[in-house]
Write a protein that binds this ligand. Structure first.
Ligand code: ZN
Length: 414
């Protein structure tokens, strides 16, 4: 018996109006009868008569999902399979209109979309208000704000790109590959923005680890690393790549740990003899707290996503609500909120110090090349790589899917 039927049975048993046959089917319940009638009505309305007829043979949960045209894992092409998710797959190929409609009814992707679409609107509003509040005096295009703008672009793209990817990934098998490649491209942009903000506003590598050479060396390496992450994670989508999930998570963990490393040093062993004036910024307890909060959330999100918890323990129970990818999205949204607070606080402090004369713009080492041209060029290359991989993987997957369909057809005709 599945989760929904089990809950239903237990609840109805308390009311004394439901019995269970040996085959697990629920019968003789008034509530059950009403629910079945509703499901039958919806099946008939949607023209899914076949399922309506076989209602008695199926569990109520499965049938309820089928009333929205959804399929089980066994009926879905392998390229769409998600580990430990057994129900709620959208039919493929689907139309753009169906994809958009599907985010308003239960599927195993619906909450994946909303857990990033809502933060997208909240984050965009917050950035808009913050920019209007602090930039009116110096102007929106002041070089001081270049790193902040990259961060805004990255965080907004991450949420929006992810929502689009989860909405349209059932268009065709190839579109699924393209959607997730674009998702990775957006994450690369987020890493570029975050590296810029950490380096110029909070703590460059040379501030705490002088052996890392010139001021911009480690910064440049991480920006290039963010760009190179795109081909690596896109490549990991190929089926023959060993340990693809581990590789994908490892790339982001290494990248994130590298860009956060100076902050770890700063908050764990700060000497109060800064090499640069910016080293003393964001040293308040609130900033330290924000940094540790965002680090814990990011670590937790990687663990939840990597372990596929909780659906690994109870496959099929969390197909629509509560599976690891939804929890991962919520945690990422929380992490980005703390990142935002952390960077906003640092920027306010910098502006305050510039006003009272204890800091000059030169102390921040912001140059047109390092803070704008270099990250913009790497971002552009990341976008081009994303597009190239999207097209290549999309074509490859669609061709493979077409060949499989032809094979199945010829088998049937024989
Ligand atoms: Zn996602």
């Amino acid at each position: 018996m599945d989760y929904f039927s089990f809950l239903y049975f237990q609840g109805s048993r308390l009311l004394g109006n439901l019995t269970m046959l040996d085959n697990g089917e629920l019968v003789n319940g008034n509530i059950c009868h009403v629910a079945r009638t509703e499901v039958k009505d919806r099946l008939n309305t949607n023209g899914i008569k076949h399922y309506s007829d076989s209602l008695n043979k199926r569990s109520l949960w499965d049938t309820w999902l089928r009333s929205y045209g959804l399929k089980s894992k066994a009926e879905t092409a392998e390229c769409y399979h998600e580990s430990f998710i057994l129900h709620g797959y959208r039919p493929t190929p689907s139309s753009v209109l169906y994809c958009v409609k599907s985010i308003f009814h239960p599927t195993n992707e619906t909450l994946n979309v909303w857990t990033h679409l809502i933060p997208f609107f909240l984050m965009a509003t917050r950035h808009f208000k913050f920019a209007n509040e602090i930039m009116t005096e110096r102007g929106y295009t002041d070089p001081l704000f270049y790193p902040y703008w990259f961060f805004v672009l990255g965080s907004v793209l991450t949420f929006f790109g992810s929502s689009l990817a989860h909405t349209f990934n059932c268009l065709t098998p190839g579109a699924r590959e393209a959607c997730f490649c674009c998702d990775y491209g957006c994450i690369a942009m987020q890493c570029i923005g975050l590296t810029s903000c950490f380096t110029f506003y909070i703590c460059p590598y040379t501030c705490v680890i002088p052996q890392t050479g010139s001021y911009h060396l480690a910064y440049s390496a991480i920006i290039v690393g963010s760009m190179l992450a795109v081909p690596i994670v896109c490549y990991s989508r190929l089926p023959h790549v060993p340990c693809r999930y581990v590789l994908r998570i490892a790339v982001y963990v290494v990248l994130y740990a590298s860009l956060c490393l100076p902050c770890f040093y700063k908050y764990s062993s700060y000497t109060h003899e800064p090499r640069f004036k910016t080293c003393g910024i964001a040293m308040s307890d609130e900033s330290r707290g924000n940094f540790y909060e965002l680090t814990c959330i990011m670590a937790l999100s990687a663990a939840v996503n990597g372990l596929r918890f909780p659906e690994r323990i109870l496959p099929g129970w969390f197909d629509i609500v509560g599976h690891s990818h939804q929890i991962f999205h919520v945690l990422i949204a929380g992490g980005l909120y703390y990142q935002n607070k952390f960077i906003e606080r640092a920027l306010r402090e910098i502006l305050g110090r510039l006003d009272d004369g204890t800091l000059s713009v030169d102390d921040l080492n912001i140059t047109w090349y390092s803070a704008f041209l270099f990250p913009a060029l790497n971002g552009l290359i990341a976008i081009i790589l994303t597009l190239v991989f999207s097209v290549v993987l999309c074509r490859r997957q669609n061709l493979k899917f077409g060949k499989n369909c032809q094979k199945n057809k010829s088998k049937k005709s024989q």
